[in-house]
Structures are given as structure tokens and as C-alpha cells.
Design a protein around this ligand. Structure first.
Ligand code: EPU
Length: 441
């Protein structure tokens, strides 16, 4: 049988070369079992930066973004903007200057759109700016079906004609106009698309049932700073008065609440003690509450979290993922890694995405005792130790969860395909090394 293994791996390699553009060679190696201790800075937010970067294409001029994370998904968005005709320059490590005065093209190339979910929000941007857009269905992490009918319905209500075939979206408009939109479900991306289309449309748009995630508020703050008129920020009802143009501006992107939560739970998993600087504390109340339930001692400043997890052994009887301000789905797998080592039984219910337990199998290889019930509930029976082994990151947050498990495990853990993790974490290995972890890749 063993002779087939290299052949199997070779075919997996070829398949991934096609599906993730050859970025398959990432591997992270961890020697675990060391409590994470020290201080670390939290990077800028991926999910805030992506729509804001897309929104710069609405401006007939220059935008400067501060605290922009240097991650793969941002690079893809930059490539798309450049393709459309923008000039994009990193002025410093985290300062991005975008000049969108000369947007020529109206199509988004498949080579980038296929790889990220956020390509879909360029539909609203291009319709608003060029009255026309052509793009493939968006890609992104395989964590569920991830349909886009809410995006299309909202844009349709605002005057876009959209046709689809098996692989492409074709959209055009004689001019977008304000409308009353009712979202029946919480969707971050659909809310962003509707906002981006509405800011330059004729008249008033009301979005009822808008998502309230902090990344939406960031987008609204950026747009208002550039001259948009958006009211109701941070609520489920946004009112947008269309304006004729947006002006040049600069904006600082907030810190990443999911990265901060990942590092917090890594400290918990390893029973360490650390300070997180530049953390978006006010956006993390539910994450901190769960940390306290695990037995962490936490002290918060306005942008700082001190965490002592020396006795963070407690299970969390029940937590379910929820739209903001509930517990974020993006931290579900990382929490699962930390709870794998608690003294008792925890239950996590996933209510946002249907396929977000793909990483469980890998955690089980490391010794986690996790049972999936009714496809969306994980019952985690804490074990005394996890053991390092070879694992595969199947998606971004699941990959981060494996790294956290590896830091807490005895022996060596290899996380293959760490490319996925780099989509959202600027340098997770550097950050964990700052906290004393033995990790490279
Ligand atoms: N949904 C629909 N129809 C739609 C749109 C969404 O049924 O037209 C469903 C989805 O299938 C899902 C739920 O609504 O079940 C929520 O999806 P949402 O649209 O809110 O997710 P998204 O915009 O695709 C963003 C983040 C995700 C994060 C979710 C939920 C970005 C780039 N992505 O995705 O982040 O998990 O919101 O908070 O902002 C990540 O960073 O790892 C990540 C996946």
C-alpha cells in the first residue's frame, strides 16, 4: 500500500496547483507544549480591509489606507484593482495608496475572483462606477454553500440587470437608484454589496436587516469620511442618501478581532500568559466572555488585553456561533482546539456555515475527542494531551486551529498547506515566536 502514498500525494499536489494556483508549498512545523508568554501586536483586519479596498475604486482619485494587513487576499484584491486600471502602491509596510482615477475595465479575471469570496463585492462597485460588470462566481474557503442570491436581489432592486450562466455573472444598469431592501438573513457580503452600490446611486436606499458586523461599520465610516451619507451605522437599518461623487481621503483600518481571538485562545490552549496590543477590545466581548468561562483571567484596556491562562482548564458547556455581537463563526475551530484540552465536556454549535467542521478529522488525528452531532454541533470531551502529527489545513481558520492545537500538543506537528492560513494572518509564525512558541514556516 505504501508505494501508492507518494503517487496519491503527487496527484493531490497537481490538483491543488490547478485549484489554488500553485500556492501549495506552505508548511508550518511546530514543536508544541510550551506555554505562550509575552507580548504581541494585532494586525489590521482582513475582512474590514477587503471591502474598503474594493470601495477605493468608487473614488475618482487617490485613497490612502493605513494599517492594511499584508496578506494573500489583499494581494489578490490589489491585483484586481490594478487590472481594472488603478495604480496601487505600498508606501510603507502597512500603508496602501490607491489611485482609481482611470478605471478602464469592467471585468474581473477568473484567476483572482476564483480564489476569494470578496471578489463578489466588486459587482456593486463596478455597477456604481462603470454601470457594467462581468465576473466569475466568487471563490473563497469551502465552508458551506455560500450562495449569492441576496447580493443579486439587492442589486437588482437598485436597477441592475444581472444574467448568469454556469460560471459567470453579467451585470449592467442604466443607472442605479435608491430602493428599500429587506434582507431576511444576516449577510455581511450582501450588506456590503448593497452599501457599495447605494452610495453613488440616485435617491435614498434603506437596507433593513443589514448585518451589524464591525467590518460593515468600518466600511460605512470609510465611505462617510470620503463624502458618502450613510446613517444608522452599527444597526440593522442603514439609510443611504446617494451622492454624486466620493472625494479623496485617508483612513485607518481597525485591528483584526479574529486574529486577536486566535491568539487569545492559543494562549488559553497552552496555559500561557500574554498581552495583546492594538486589539479591538470593544468588538470582542463575546470572545472574552468565553475566555473567562474557560478560566482565563482577563484585564482589558481600551486596546489591550492581558490574559493569564495558567488555569484555563474549564470546559464551556455550550456556545453557538452567531452574527455579531454573538460568538463569531470565524473563531469556532480555534476555540475547538483550545477546548480539546479542557477538564470536561464542551459543546459548540455552528449556525452560520454548513461545512465548518472539516478540520475536526485533523484534530482527531492529534488525539482530540470530538463527536459531530446532527452535522452542526461538536461535542468536545477534553483530553489530557494532544500529540503532534502531520495535518492538512483545509481552509483559513481551520488551518489556524491546527497551528493552535500544534502549539499545545506534545511533540512535533506539521501543518501542510499553510497557504490557506496566510490568506488571513500576516505572519502567524512570527507572532507565535514572539510569544515563545517554537514554530517555523
Ligand atoms: N448567505 C446566503 N445567501 C447570500 C449570502 C449569504 O444564504 O446571498 C448565507 C451564507 O451561506 C451563510 C450566511 O448567509 O450561511 C452568512 O454569510 P455571509 O454572507 O455573512 O458571509 P460572507 O460575507 O461570505 C463574511 C466573512 C467571513 C465570515 C462571514 C460571517 C469576508 C471576506 N468574509 O463572509 O469570513 O465568516 O462573513 O461572519 O468578510 C474568514 O475570514 O475566514 C471568513 C470566512
Amino acid at each position: 500500500m505504501q508505494i501508492w502514498e507518494p503517487i496519491r500525494r503527487f496527484f493531490i499536489y497537481c490538483y491543488k496547483c490547478v485549484t489554488v494556483g500553485g500556492n501549495v508549498l506552505g508548511t508550518v512545523e511546530i514543536t508544541g507544549g510550551i506555554p505562550l508568554c509575552g507580548e504581541v501586536q494585532i494586525q489590521g483586519s482582513k475582512n474590514a480591509a477587503l471591502p474598503i479596498l474594493a470601495a477605493t475604486a468608487l473614488v475618482h482619485g487617490t485613497t490612502v489606507l493605513y494599517n492594511c494587513p499584508h496578506i494573500i487576499d489583499i494581494t489578490y484584491m490589489i491585483r484586481i484593482l490594478e487590472y481594472l486600471g488603478c495604480s496601487v502602491v505600498w508606501e510603507d509596510v502597512h500603508i496602501l495608496r490607491v489611485d482609481a482615477a482611470n478605471i478602464q475595465k469592467t471585468d474581473v479575471p477568473a484567476v483572482y475572483a476564483d480564489k476569494m469570496r470578496s471578489s463578489i463585492i466588486l459587482l456593486g462597485v463596478l455597477l456604481a462606477r462603470k454601470h457594467c460588470a462581468r465576473m466569475p462566481y466568487p471563490g473563497g474557503c469551502v465552508i458551506g454553500k455560500r450562495p449569492i442570491e441576496m447580493h443579486l436581489a439587492a442589486l437588482g432592486q437598485m436597477g441592475a440587470q444581472i444574467e448568469t450562466d454556469a460560471s459567470m455573472l453579467y451585470a449592467s444598469t442604466m443607472g442605479l437608484y435608491g430602493s428599500e431592501i429587506q434582507f431576511e438573513k444576516n449577510s455581511v457580503g450582501a450588506t456590503e454589496n448593497a452599501i457599495l452600490a447605494a452610495v453613488l446611486s440616485k435617491g435614498t436606499t434603506v437596507i433593513n436587516g443589514a448585518a451589524m458586523e464591525p467590518e460593515i461599520t468600518q466600511l460605512c465610516m470609510f465611505l462617510n469620511n470620503a463624502g458618502a451619507l450613510i446613517g444608522g451605522m452599527g444597526t440593522k437599518r442603514l439609510v443611504i442618501e446617494g451622492v454624486s461623487e466620493l472625494k479623496e481621503s485617508s483612513f485607518r483600518i481597525c485591528a483584526d478581532r479574529i486574529v486577536a481571538g486566535t491568539y487569545l485562545y492559543a494562549v488559553a490552549a497552552t496555559r500561557g500568559e500574554a498581552v495583546l496590543h492594538n486589539a479591538p477590545v470593544s468588538q470582542m466581548q463575546e470572545v472574552l466572555l468565553v475566555g473567562r468561562q474557560m478560566g482565563m483571567q482577563l484585564k482589558e484596556g481600551s486596546e489591550t488585553i492581558y490574559a493569564n491562562a495558567r488555569h484555563a482548564n474549564e470546559p464551556v458547556p455550550y456556545v453557538e456561533t452567531k452574527e455579531y455581537p454573538g460568538f463569531p463563526t470565524d473563531l469556532q475551530s480555534v476555540l475547538m482546539s483550545a477546548l480539546s484540552l479542557s477538564d470536561g465536556q464542551s459543546i459548540i454549535k455552528e449556525t452560520i456555515f454548513e461545512a465548518r467542521f472539516r478540520i475536526v478529522e485533523e484534530l482527531q488525528h492529534m488525539g482530540s475527542d470530538i463527536v459531530i452531532e446532527e452535522s452542526n454541533q461538536a461535542v468536545i470531551n477534553g483530553v489530557k494531551e494532544l500529540t503532534g502529527t502531520e495535518t492538512y489545513a483545509k481552509e483559513l481558520r481551520g488551518g489556524a486551529a491546527l497551528i493552535v492545537a500544534g502549539l499545545a500538543a506534545t511533540g512535533t506537528t506539521i501543518v501542510h498547506d499553510s497557504y490557506y492560513v496566510k490568506r488571513g494572518y500576516e505572519c502567524i509564525t512570527c507572532d507565535f515566536r514572539k510569544l515563545g512558541g517554537i514554530i517555523r514556516g
